[in-house]
Design a protein around this ligand. Structure first.
Ligand code: BEZ
Ligand code: FE
Length: 674
């Protein structure tokens, strides 16, 4: 055992589910304080009041003006209140900001702090304080701010939202990992940090799966406590120095920056700190701890590359220069600006810190000192090889005669290659993609078009509609055509019935067809198709019956009317690969109830659209993104009795009015057709 020195921190910790309810009053009495200033943060105020109720006689005042980063004016207000009520202790209930405000009071008054944390911040076990004054932040270390008593009650963390829990839990992991090479590291802090990493890495995915899992919440809080205690004595290492610059200078979000950087910093430092790397690996149950950390962050839905959170490529060199002077003197591998730039570039691109990088290309020995140039070259060579493939594929289309074909194919190649690079497509993922397309091909025939369905659920169909039916002031909006249009629908007279063999509640549809100038459009061809009350189109009937479709012409005044059936919501065909894709995304196959229209008039842009039934439960989750606010229409319900045209109805019926406005074509016909 090597010699070491360690400032062990005092303080009592009471941990347990329900501890805040059952133990707080006795613990406060034990401290011998009787005039508490309760500091309660925003959302936690009610919780705080409930918890404080059993010690109501000891609460002399409540401060609720907590704000993030403890602005100096907030600290002043809390201090004034503490003085005004003659407080002899401060009780904070809430996250890091509530604890921070209590610490600010303790800093100038010396009052003891009792902390009941409701998040995984960890600051309740550190003597570090922080205040903000506008943009400026001041921090310091003072033993007076270290809470005398901390009550950890996992029940109070159950309502902390999943993403916030993941972010602050990973932040705690970062405290531990960085603590292995931070200035105050010692065998005891390493012990706590390793145990914290083990507990946190197991609890984080469990909490992400089920935020109400009290066992996992307990572990997460316990891990956060250990992490906070370890960090309190180790202080910041390379990782925190890097994140501080990235957050302060470029405004990158705190939690995401930590999650992205940590695996790279570990891979960078590991060769100079093999014992630390091996202990972190043991705690994570992996021989490749950096890769394991990256996988954990991905599992928690955190981004992978700094570029995803807004860092520009041309900022990397400057960032490296700014970090260099703050690198701790005894970082296990030398971290000059050039080495840092290579490190940042990997983190920026989101390169995998997998077996292919960990311990080899990205490892500190290679990035540091003599071999640094080699690492930089390796990165460049990799990039050059990838670009060469893209260039070759692009060039292969350069000779195409048709300019439009050339433009489309070269753009497709550029975007496909960029996509593969961005996600670092693995060979097995490529195979899965090919397999998906193969299955889509096999299931497609004259009646089933899986590729259009794929385009629909990816939003490509609606994007193409948006590109090709440019917004025209006052014109009715377009939406997807869908696969159920057929070319030879029956003609019905004005006021006729298109229901045919389709069953459902009778529905009277009427309106006008006009141009955007308000001119009526007589003789416009209006074609309609829809599902029956069970959500089936006639082309889905096994026996060839026809129903729920037809076409008619508008009257001389542009008016139109016909009978149909009230449409029903239905699932798009989901028994093929597209259905599997939706399931994997946690999406449903449903489309809200709608009536398809195709309206044509000479000199006007052909309109392909639907009207949707207002109040349909699927309006906000249409599987094909076809809903537009302007197309949601009220379908009125009527009791049995004569319809608007005198038709006798012995059952309830529905009516809807839909006025259609067509955009004039710029010149000539050329309207798109189906
Ligand atoms: C339709 O509304 O008919 C539809 C549109 C896209 C995919 C499947 C069905
Ligand atoms: Fe449809």
């Amino acid at each position: 055992m090597e010699a070491f020195a360690c400032d062990a921190l005092p303080g009592r910790v009471v941990f347990g589910a329900g501890a805040a309810r059952t133990a707080l009053a006795d613990e406060v009495a034990r401290l011998g304080v009787s005039r508490l200033l309760l500091i309660a943060a925003g959302g936690g105020e009610t919780v705080a009041r409930d918890l404080a109720a059993p010690l109501a006689d000891r609460i002399a005042g409540t401060f609720t003006g907590v704000r993030p980063h403890v602005p100096v004016e907030v600290a002043d207000a809390a201090r004034k209140q503490a003085a005004a009520i003659g407080a002899d202790a401060v009780l904070s209930v809430g996250g890091g900001s509530a604890t921070g405000t209590a610490k600010a009071v303790a800093l100038t008054t010396g009052l003891p702090v009792i902390a009941v944390p409701t998040t995984y911040a960890g600051s309740e076990v550190t003597p570090v304080w922080g205040l903000s004054d506008g943009e400026r932040k001041t921090t310091g270390v003072d033993m007076r701010v270290l809470p005398r008593l901390v009550i950890y009650d996992p029940e109070l963390t159950v309502s902390l939202p999943g993403p916030l829990s993941a972010a602050s839990g990973l932040n705690a992991v970062a405290h531990c990992v960085d603590g292995f090479w931070a200035p105050g590291r010692n065998p005891v802090s390493a012990l706590a940090a390793a145990e914290a990493i083990r507990v946190l890495a197991a609890a984080l995915p469990a909490v992400a799966r089920d935020g109400t899992d009290l066992g996992a919440r307990s572990d997460l809080l316990y891990g956060a406590y250990l992490a906070g205690s370890a960090f309190a004595v180790t202080g910041s290492g390379l990782h925190h120095k890097i994140c501080h610059v990235l957050g302060g200078r470029y405004g990158l979000p705190h939690a995401q920056t930590h999650a992205i950087m940590l695996p790279y910093v570990l891979a960078f430092n590991a060769p100079g700190a093999p014992d630390a790397a091996s202990r972190i690996g043991q705690a994570l149950g992996s021989e490749h701890p950096a890769a394991a950390l990256q996988a954990l962050a991905a599992q928690l839905g955190l981004p992978r590359g700094l570029r995803e959170i807004g860092l520009a490529e041309d900022q990397l060199a400057e960032a490296a220069r700014l970090i260099e002077p703050v690198v701790p003197a005894d970082n296990p591998v030398p971290a000059g600006a050039a080495a840092l730039q290579v490190l940042l570039r990997h983190a920026w691109a989101g390169d995998p810190v997998g077996t292919e990088l960990a311990g080899t290309e990205l490892a500190g020995t290679e990035l540091a000192g003599t071999e640094l140039a080699g690492a930089g070259r390796a990165v460049e060579e990799q990039g050059a090889r990838e670009e060469a493939v893209t260039d070759e594929a692009l060039a292969s289309f350069a000779g195409a005669d048709a300019a439009r074909y050339r433009e489309i194919m070269q753009s497709l190649v550029r975007h496909l290659h960029a996509f593969a690079r961005e996600v670092r497509l693995t060979e097995s993922e490529w195979e899965q993609g090919i397999d998906f397309l193969t299955r889509a091909g096999h299931i497609t025939d004259d009646r089933r078009q899986e590729f259009i369905l794929l385009s629909d659920v990816l939003g490509l169909s609606m994007l193409t509609v948006a590109i090709n039916a440019p917004a025209s002031a006052g014109a009715t909006e377009s939406t997807v055509v869908g696969p159920f249009f057929v070319a030879d629908a029956p003609e019905v007279p004005l006021g006729g019935d298109i229901a045919g063999e389709a069953k459902g509640r009778p529905c009277y549809v009427s309106g006008t067809v006009q141009g955007t100038g308000g001119e009526p459009l007589p003789g416009a061809r209006i074609e309609v198709w829809e599902s029956d009350e069970d959500g089936f189109y006639d082309v889905q009937y096994p026996d060839g019956r026809i129903g729920g479709r037809g076409w008619l012409r508008s009257a001389p005044d542009g008016g139109y009317r016909f009978w149909s059936v009230r449409p029903a919501p239905y699932p798009i065909p989901d028994d093929g690969p597209v259905g599997a894709l939706l399931t994997a995304a946690g999406r449903g196959p449903m489309r809200p109830a709608h009536l398809h229209f195709k309206v044509e008039a000479p000199g006007y842009r052909t309109l392909i659209t639907h009207i949707f039934v207002a109040g349909d439960p699927y309006l906000d989750r249409d599987a094909v993104f076809g809903v537009k606010e302007s197309l949601i229409t009220d379908f009125a319900e009527h009791p049995p009795g004569p319809g608007p045209d005198g038709r006798p109805l012995d059952e309830p019926w529905t009516s809807v009015r839909f006025d259609i406005v067509l955009a004039r074509l710029a010149s000539g016909p050329g309207s798109p057709g189906i």
